[in-house]
Write a protein that binds this ligand. Structure first.
Ligand code: SAM
Length: 296
């Protein structure tokens, strides 16, 4: 049965009367709907159900296991924030690792930093890379940068085998049902910690404060036992559940990342969402979320 959550939802089953309805167990009782113009690709990779469609008003949309990953209309708000929050909080990031992020959008943003010397991406699913290159060239352009090295393997296995050390690690993962489950557990955060240089920063997809405080709170509490600082920021994004998604930022032998270590107004001219003022604002949480994540 393609509807069993552990197998991931079949994206085609979610298209009814020309609309894609994002129904899923991680956001009970609600669904984001997008009008479908044309299905461009549907198939099952080794790891997940992959659907790409052209929508009426949101450009091309990538869906994995029935969950919207990217729409061309608003992806910049996520990609810019998950990349530039940690990179601008670091005074001189040179070596950067991306886990997940197969669409290439995070690479595209990291590539805007001239001081970065090496970018490695570890994406589990070669089909996501292949179909993003085919249907989402505005994101997959990130792969064209000569500083990029691509590894197609599980992020946890990569970290276990990896002897390298990074200034910034960005984990741009899908949700914790499916292959990304391991990326939401403390052992993965421990491996990332071990792979950071002194002063290094990790920034991970941190789900949604309106829906997932039960997941965020224990994870933040657990990793606060070994990272020096752990903070939570968020961005607005209309096509993710509840219109928001958060980021967990954690540091190795570095204090708070709430203020950017660098302000680069030239770089900001090339961005549509991130700016130095928004950097600081992104960490200011509504009281219910601040209490639930850090105080209660
Ligand atoms: N930028 C979008 C977002 O906000 O969610 C897209 C996320 S990106 C497409 C998520 C990627 O993480 C997927 O391509 C998925 O294949 C990958 N992924 C899931 N589990 C993984 C794992 N264990 N190791 C490496 N990559 C993984």
């Amino acid at each position: 049965d393609s509807q069993q959550p552990e197998q991931g939802l079949n994206g085609m089953d979610l298209i009814v009367d020309g609309w894609f309805h994002e129904r899923g167990v991680l956001w009970p009782g609600q669904a984001m709907s997008l009008k479908v113009e044309e299905v461009l690709y549907h198939g099952r990779s080794l790891f997940q159900d992959v659907l790409v469609f052209r929508s009426s008003d949101h450009g091309t949309v990538l869906v994995l296991d029935g969950v919207i990953q990217v729409t061309e209309r608003d992806e910049f708000s996520y990609q810019e924030m998950i990349a530039h929050l940690p990179l601008m909080a670091h005074p001189n990031p040179e070596k950067v690792l991306v886990i997940g992020g197969g669409d290439g959008g995070v690479l595209r943003e990291i590539a805007k930093h001239k001081g970065v010397k090496e970018m490695t991406i570890c994406e589990i699913d070669g089909d996501v890379i292949k179909y993003s290159k085919q249907y989402l060239p505005g994101l997959a352009v990130g792969y064209e940068d000569p500083r990029v090295t691509v590894r197609v393997m599980d992020g946890m296995e990569f970290m276990l085998a990896n002897q390298d050390s990074y200034d910034v690690i960005v984990t741009d993962s899908s949700d914790p049902i499916g292959p990304a489950g391991v990326l939401f557990e403390a052992p993965f955060y421990q491996k990332m910690y071990d792979s950071l240089r002194d002063g290094g920063i990790v920034c991970t997809q941190g789900e949604c404060m309106w829906l997932h405080l039960d997941l965020i709170r224990p994870l933040v509490a657990k990793i606060s036992e070994f990272y020096q600082s752990v903070e939570y920021a968020y961005t607005t994004i209309p096509t993710y559940p509840s219109g928001q998604i958060g980021f967990i930022l954690a540091t190795k032998n570095r204090g708070s990342v709430r203020k950017p270590a660098r302000v680069d107004r030239e770089l900001e001219k090339d961005l549509r969402y991130y700016n130095a003022e928004l950097h600081e604002a992104a960490f200011v949480l509504p009281s219910f979320a601040r209490r639930a994540i850090f105080e209660d």
